[in-house]
Write a protein that binds this ligand. Sequence first.
Ligand code: ME8
Length: 511
Amino acid sequence: MGKFYLTTAIDYVNAPPHLGHAYEKVCADVINRYRKAMGDNTFFCTGVDEHSLNVYRQAKAKNMSPRQYCDEMVPAFKLAWQSLGIEYDRFIRTTDEDHIASVKKLLQKIYDKGDIYKDKYKGWYCVSCEAYLQESDLIEGKCPIHNRKAEWLEEENYFFRLSGYSEKILDHINKCGNFITPEARKNEIINIIKSGLQDISISRASEGWGIELPFDPAQTVYVWIDALTNYISAAGFSGDKRRFKELWPADLHVIGKDITRFHCIIWPAMLLSAGISLPLRIYAHGFMTLEGRKMSKTENNFIDPKNIAEAAGSDAVRYFIVKEMPYDDDMDFTWDRFWLRYNTHLANDFGNLSSRILSMAEKYCGNRIPGFSERGKEDDEFKNVFCGLTDKYQKLMDDCRLSSALDCAWELVAFANKYVETSQPWKLHKAGQNGKLDNVLRNLLEGLRVISVLLYPFMPVASHKIWKGLGIKPGEKQGIFSEMKPWGILPEGGMIEKTGMIFPRKEKDKL
Ligand code: ME8
């Protein structure tokens, strides 16, 4: 038990979020719910990145101020996250006052340390990456990621002495094995650092949209330096010292694999320069494509998180995207697989199991939770399978291996389904073997309880329905896990309520 400060990347506001952005927020919400369930005092921050050139230009084209434009875009993000059951503690905007103060405070510290100097910069800039690219990176003059023409920028800027931090960052990566995960991402970063870091430009002179540099108000802070600072802003860096001491360092930054250079090199260097401790872990997830193609608004190839949550329910979307994204690779979303998984895993395997167990308990045990009348070897075996897999699940969750943790819970679903088939409670009832029948149903009810606890971080709506069915109300105070983990805690004689179909079968549909 302790504090757990968790963040996601903050999204650019120039287009509404798609299901790829949603994956990251769901993934963080699953981890946050799990940590809370373990009894941690969690703080979960997400938000939006507003001071980009894209925002400035789009607002101008619409004859709006950039701030007005952002104010119009923000509700789309909040609604999308709400529709997927994402419960954050802070939604930070980079135009928030405390964030602006925090950026200025951090840059002043780095400036005072002597790590910032003025120089001329010339180079190719991709507005979608909001970063300079090497000429050798361009393909026919275009950014290879965004397929967008790079722009030649030339101006006098302030620079950060990133090159002076290579050794210190490498040292930290080597000392803290889990600082960058998965391993493949860590190796990429080590290679980049070893090939030599160059100082980076941290300000812009040309546009009027951004945070003013504290030591030269004629320039604004480069959007990435501004955005990265959000993590300490939300922890109270510019305000309450006690709160900052309690929350920082962040326990986990969840980000996409495309932005590891910023988070694993530039961010640690900025913190080291300012004498602030480094985040404990960065988890860089894979990318989601749609039917084999990049998710993109401009190419009309995207899924709106709100629409899919309305069609299938938030739990089903959460389940699918987390299940399908491997820990260290990309995933391809296909509608066929989405509905197949919905109907087989959720409606058949899990939904049927829970309604079957509750209706058998209603029918054969008079709506009440039976006790163990003749507890035997078989019942211990049942219990051991459940407790063993719960321990395995916990280790995987602690390591952010969410898809594998779901597999563990699913092994239990499969085991319980098989147990129903082999123990045949309907036959025991017919034969009047009531002691045995009570034991079988008691095992199944306990099993269902454990499964619903393991699935809670992923599918909170379904878990709450099952808890209602089992007549239990886990409190949040001590953490659902510690409270609900012990085997055999269902109260004998407790009332049961049928839940109905938790996941009704659905026809395949493309939205
Ligand atoms: O990069 N699949 O913002 P962003 C999985 N503002 N993840 C995806 C994805 C996909 N198809 N598309 C985007 C930025 N993401 C900056 C971040 S943080 C200080 C500043 C992820 O809107 C992406 O990897 O382009 C990133 O983690 C997040 O969504 C926001 O992307």
